[in-house]
Design a protein around this ligand. Structure first.
Ligand code: MN
Length: 416
């Protein structure tokens, strides 16, 4: 696919995630003003509420109140043709030097705003769609020779998570307390988790509702997706291990999940489509799909102990997923389950084959057996108090870069 070259008058630093080809949406707060809709460009935020009051979006005939809302849900609800028109108009305005002086009034430096949760999340589902991750976990917890359960290659396994505890990047997390069964013990103990972990994931945001009883085909699925964010599914492995049988994760997961503040649209990701994994055995007809439905997005995890530098501990790729987003959505709705704008569907931990590609400390330390080397004298098996976890993601092709920025969160000690 050939992308027409665009030249913006905004100064874009080299290796910026927020190029003219990206234009991701978020909710920003500037000084004491009410939160409003912003778009990232270079090191600035384009304030759509301001742009709209300057009359520069008038031709799109959008109800301008959507630009001054606390969440993006109302803007997203207007539909794909509106997002697409808005994107084109922003590209025009940011490239036309004749209008630069006026548009500059709607820009604010990113460092001067606070980013808030971009969408009101009604429901959240977490899939388990990386074959490398599912295999690693199966080998550690069950049978190394039969790591995958019999259903895994026939359906995209998932559980329903909790929307209330999804937080935006920069939010600190307290180490959760809970019940755990120490190895060899006869009865469970209560206390702070001693096996705190992250999970490297991405999540897509639903862009179009369905009615109860409706199913979405793999072909229609993309029309229901607004965009993607980075997603850290914080996990307390000791709590999880004791509680998860037979109904799946509960308190080991629902104390917090963190997302990056900018939602990168599917339109911006279009150039980075890539072929998916070969699926063997053949999937049922409702899970079959045509075309390239995976996306080549580089993912990185950094661990930064207090007062230390960042250490790159994992490099993976969103394109590694066995089950793609269209299959996930088709499966999610095959029973008539309805979905709503703002719902979040996370991928599950995204691991690759290489040992530096594992998307959790559980895998990187192989169940706590191996030390993960950081700075010369510092190692980790699981997270320690005041460790910062930073995830970054970007796609790059033919001189075009579209990135997600980052999601960061610090693990604070247990709240007494
Ligand atoms: Mn997860």
């Amino acid at each position: 696919m050939n992308i027409p070259k665009l030249k913006t008058w905004v100064a874009i630093p080299e290796k910026s995630d927020f190029t003219i080809y990206n234009l991701p949406y978020g909710i920003y707060q500037f000084e004491e003003n009410s939160p409003a809709v912003g778009v990232a460009i270079g090191e600035e935020v384009l304030r759509l509420d301001q742009l709209s009051s300057l009359g520069l979006l008038a031709e799109l005939k959008i109800d301008e109140s959507v630009f001054s809302k606390r969440y993006l849900n109302d803007l997203i609800t207007l539909g794909k043709p509106v997002w697409s028109g808005l994107r084109k108009r922003m590209q025009e305005l940011l490239c036309d030097v004749a209008i630069q002086e006026i548009v500059e009034n709607a820009l604010v430096k990113m460092e001067h705003v606070k980013m808030l949760m971009p969408v009101k999340v009604g429901d959240y589902t977490d899939f388990y769609s990386s074959i490398e991750h599912a295999t690693n976990v199966g080998k550690m917890f069950r049978d190394p020779d039969n790591a995958l359960l019999p259903n895994w290659k026939h359906l995209p396994v998932a559980y329903h998570g909790r929307a209330s505890s999804i937080v935006v990047s920069g939010t600190d997390i307290n180490r959760p307390k809970g019940q755990k069964m120490p190895p060899g013990a006869e009865k469970p103990v209560f206390g702070p988790s001693s096996r705190m972990d992250f999970e490297l994931e991405m999540a897509f945001v639903i862009g179009k509702d369905t009615q109860l009883g409706t199913t979405i085909s793999t072909k229609e699925a993309e029309d229901h997706i607004f965009g993607l964010v980075l997603f850290n599914d914080w996990s307390a492995r000791d709590i999880q291990k004791w509680e998860y049988v037979p109904l799946g994760p509960f308190l080991g997961k629902n104390f917090a999940s963190s997302i990056s503040p900018w939602i990168v649209t599917m339109e911006a990701l279009e150039p980075f489509r890539t072929e998916g994994a070969e699926q063997e055995p053949e999937v049922l007809p409702y899970l079959k799909y045509d075309g390239n439905k995976n996306y080549d997005i580089n993912l990185e995890v950094y661990l930064q102990p207090e007062s230390r530098k960042e250490n790159l501990i994992c490099q993976s790729n969103f394109g590694y997923l066995y089950w793609n987003m269209c299959q996930q959505l088709a499966h999610h709705t095959i029973n008539g389950c309805n979905i709503n704008v703002g719902d979040m569907m996370a991928s599950g931990t995204i691991s690759g084959k290489g040992e530096n590609e594992f998307g959790s400390m559980l895998e990187l330390s192989w169940g706590g057996k191996n030390k993960i080397q950081l700075d010369e004298e510092i190692t980790r098996t699981f997270l320690e108090d005041n460790d910062m976890v930073i995830m970054r993601g970007f796609a790059e092709k033919g001189g075009i870069r579209v990135g997600f920025g980052e999601v960061r969160g610090k693990l604070l000690p247990t709240k007494s």
